[in-house]
Design a binder for this molecule. Structure first.
Ligand SMILES: [Zn+2]
Length: 467
């Protein structure tokens, strides 16, 4: 049977400072090597000071992933030499004398299958190596330590995935969950990275490292499964090894043999005392956690009678659910939910569009009110919505400026209908014989009025004229 496990690294991008010093957690805005200090550079005599908020965020993640969280956590030094690691060790966690990492033994429900979470640990991100060209052919390698010491949460799963598709569904659930918790922005470049391990029936486990994005992870898993299957069919042993994903050629290539844990010479980081997270602290954290995606979804369906697919989209996307929560009241919740998931989605479907959007929740409730009071038709509201996203103008301003007001005046609509009946003689005959074709005529009226005619009244008037 195919077994896939994951190690996911997630930066706590919502924190102000790094894990052990006061340098900025948001290293992305700096010129190279400008977001560093003696602590994150590991200069002699410097001492780490643990970021309490990081411990709280990591514990919240553990709780949201149904993990056990221990009374006390400890940090370890993982010793290895690599140019992106200024101290020559990484401060991380290890469950060796009992459970001392922020969480363990959790699970995530993926389409009815329980994916077990082995453990969650808090650690520091290393710096970044920047190559001229590709890593295997570069003549120059540059090091940028701005990222060194950034708070990172590592989430390790059991090998419970049976195929790459399940992995993708899991990662989508996980990134929605992290965003909903308000601890990370998974969309930021490099904020979420994952390594995978893969084995097929009768074969050894192969780890795949160096995967830059979730999209590439799925490709790498597919490649690796196919490679292992073809070896197995030819009767060749699959050796236990670490392979690197070659982003350019889209293949995995064999790399150094994997270090065993003992090669890292783990030992307790004595510069950081054990951290107690007592029941009271955990209760407070639990109480302050935002409502979970599944609970939101349930509430939207039960309380507002929103369709389950709509509630699904709304609850899993923090941007939409925040808009919804601030815009709706008990009477218009369903309308606002539908407006977001039908019309708005197309206008804010990328991160850039969302950042540039001038839309507020007030706009949404104003739009729905205008539609419900028949000041705006649905078609016009879509035009208005697009304009609001661009300019941020109020619904009232747009009604005045853009001539979007709904045409409800019977004589005005009747005049247009008379005109259409002249132009579309065959359609009129058809509609008399087969009443279900009447929508063609309604459509013509809408076209002529640029969607502003009151659709209910239009249909009524056409039917009257046909009979
Ligand atoms: Zn620093």
């Amino acid at each position: 049977m195919t077994k896939i496990g994951l190690e996911i690294h997630c930066q706590l991008t919502k924190l102000e400072s790094k894990l052990f010093c006061s340098c900025k957690a948001n290293y992305r805005e700096f010129e190279p090597n400008q977001n560093i200090c003696p602590i994150c550079m590991g200069l002699p005599g410097s001492l780490p000071r643990l970021n309490q908020k990081a411990v709280e965020s990591a514990t919240s993640i553990a709780m949201a992933l149904n993990c056990d969280t221990p009374e006390k956590i400890a940090f370890f030094r993982k010793n290895y030499f690599y140019p992106d690691l200024p101290k020559n060790f990484q401060i991380t966690q290890l469950n060796v004398y009992g459970d001392m990492s922020v969480g363990g033994e959790g699970y995530v429900d993926v389409e009815g299958k329980k994916i077990r979470i082995t453990r969650i640990q808090l650690e520091e991100d290393p710096g970044r190596l920047i190559y001229e060209g590709t890593s295997d052919r570069t003549k120059i390698t540059l090091v940028d330590y701005n990222r060194a010491g950034t708070p990172l949460v590592e989430i390790v799963t059991e090998p419970d995935f049976e195929n790459p598709r399940q992995v993708r569904v899991f990662l989508n659930i996980l990134s929605d969950l992290l965003e909903n918790l308000g601890v990370s922005e998974p969309g930021l470049e490099g904020a979420m990275r994952a390594d995978g391990n893969v084995s097929i029936e009768g074969g050894n486990k192969v780890e795949i490292k160096n995967i830059g994005s979730f999209h590439d992870l799925e490709k790498a898993l597919h490649f690796e499964l196919t490679r292992q299957q073809s070896l197995s069919e030819r009767g060749i042993d699959i050796i236990m090894e670490t392979r690197h994903w070659d982003d350019r050629r889209k293949i995995t290539i064999s790399s150094r043999s994997k270090e065993e844990d003992q090669d890292y010479r783990y030992f307790l980081e004595n510069d950081i005392p054990w951290v107690e997270i007592n029941q009271e602290t955990r209760d407070i954290l639990k109480k302050n956690m935002p409502e979970s995606i599944s609970s939101k979804k349930e509430r939207y369906v039960d309380k507002y009678d929103i369709a389950p697919q709509v509630a699904d989209i709304l609850s899993s996307d923090k941007y939409y659910s925040d808009l919804f929560e601030n815009a709706h009241d008990d009477s218009n919740a369903k309308d606002i939910a539908n407006l977001i998931t039908t019309d708005l989605m197309g206008f804010v479907d990328t991160k850039e569009k969302r950042q540039n959007s001038k839309l507020t929740s007030q706009h949404l409730s104003d739009l729905i009110n205008a539609m419900n009071s028949k000041t705006l038709t649905r078609t016009s509201s879509k035009i208005a919505l697009q304009e609001i996203v661009k300019s941020g103008k109020s619904v009232k301003e747009l009604l005045d400026e853009m001539d979007l007001g709904q045409v409800s005046d019977s004589s005005e609509i009747e005049n247009i209908i008379t005109q259409i009946f002249e132009d579309e003689k065959q359609a009129v005959i058809d509609a008399k014989e087969r009443p279900e074709t009447v929508n063609f005529l309604v459509g013509k009226v809408m076209q002529k009025t640029k969607g502003k005619a009151d659709p209910v009244k239009t249909l009524e008037l056409i039917k009257a004229k046909l009979s």
